[in-house]
Design a protein around this ligand. Structure first.
Ligand code: GLN
Length: 345
């Protein structure tokens, strides 16, 4: 038997009002990523943290100690190619360890995930980024592409029979991610190359364990150059947004790497992107990130946007103090931490 559902006008009005409320609530919950709101959150983050004085420039690479500690720029690029910026996005800093992500991605693209697991390793070492003990303890295995030993091995694995070809391929992949031709910061390169005995020691130790895939002196040199590429906050955000967009640069529209490469890259960033503080970073942000001792930090909100901050003063682990705070604030305000879950009612 069919029951006739009839409502009194007041019931109708209440129902419609309730539905409107529920719908607008849901739209609001999803709609933190409006143009206005993104810009507002970046502006707020900038004013909130601009006067923070914590941290200190890296100085174990002498040239980095001379960089202006007040450089402070924020950029966010969405997967549909919209660019939002705040503060200083003109000043360049050397990319340093952030470059490790993109060299690893190129190896993943060319050699596949199994080769990277077998030849380098993908587990976090949990130790300082230039730890020799980490290499020795595992006899060169499990050295991780996002800290120095694994990163030098990753650079040594890049296609090319000679150093010039490998270098050309590295600049190309980093530039494709950034959406423009990146160039070398010569003073930083010269400063580090004259002083990187520790990285050379790491490369030689790996060579002794059969885990270095090119001449160790030349591999360290290519790696040192890679770290000295110059970038601003917008370049780093574009690199991050290319990962956020499944390997296609959302500004240039160029397909830089495959979706599979991105799928294997992001977990390594999540577990080892901020060196031995990676767990703390993930706890506070929920998203994969990568830092460099030049003061750059980028992070990826998969499917949504890439964000980056440049601010040279670092904490004890070697991560930019302001950059961590800004990105954590933005992620929280935009409600894009993937572990922030709206329960089903
Ligand atoms: N070029 C630097 C080094 O090898 C990169 C380190 C970093 O950014 N953590 O020490």
């Amino acid at each position: 038997m069919k029951k006739n559902i009839s409502m009194a006008p007041w019931q109708m009005i209440t129902t419609v009002m309730l539905l409107t409320l529920v719908i607008s609530f849901q739209v609001n919950a999803q709609n933190t990523l409006t143009k206005q709101n993104i810009q507002k959150v970046l502006d707020d983050a900038y004013s909130k943290f601009k006067d923070l004085q914590e941290g200190k420039n890296a100085d174990y690479i002498k040239e980095l100690a001379t960089v202006d500690p007040n450089i402070f720029g924020i950029a966010l690029i969405t997967t549909d190619g919209q660019v939002y910026t705040e503060g200083d996005i003109q000043s360049m800093v050397s990319i340093q360890s952030v470059s490790k992500v993109f060299t690893m991605a190129k190896d993943l693209e060319d050699l596949g995930p199994q080769a990277i697991q077998d030849k380098i390793g993908v587990d976090a070492t949990g130790m300082r980024f230039n730890s020799i003990v980490a290499v020795e303890m595992q006899k060169g295995k499990e050295i991780n592409p996002l800290v120095n030993p694994g990163a030098i091995a990753a650079s040594s694995l890049i296609a090319g029979a000679d150093s010039a070809t490998k270098w050309k391929n590295i600049v190309q992949i980093q530039s494709d991610f950034a959406g423009r031709q990146l160039s070398l910061n010569w003073p930083v390169y010269v400063s580090e190359a004259g002083d990187n005995l520790r990285n050379q020691a790491i490369a030689h130790l790996l060579y002794a364990y059969g885990r270095m895939y090119f001449d160790p002196v030349q591999a360290t040199d290519i790696y040192t150059k890679q770290c000295a590429l110059n970038v601003n906050a917008k370049d780093l955000a574009e690199m991050a947004s290319t990962l956020a967009n499944g390997g296609v640069n959302p500004v240039t529209k160029k397909k830089v790497v495959s979706q599979a490469t991105v799928m294997y890259t992001l977990p390594v960033m999540a577990t080892a992107g901020l060196y031995d503080d990676s767990g703390i970073w993930l706890f506070n942000s929920g998203i994969p990130g990568k830092s460099g001792v030049g003061g750059g930090l980028l992070a990826v909100c998969p499917g949504k946007f890439g964000i980056a901050v440049v601010s040279p003063p670092l904490d004890a682990a070697g991560n930019s103090v302001k950059a961590q705070k800004v990105i954590q604030y933005v992620v929280e305000q935009l409600k894009v931490n993937p572990y922030w879950i709206e329960p089903k009612q």
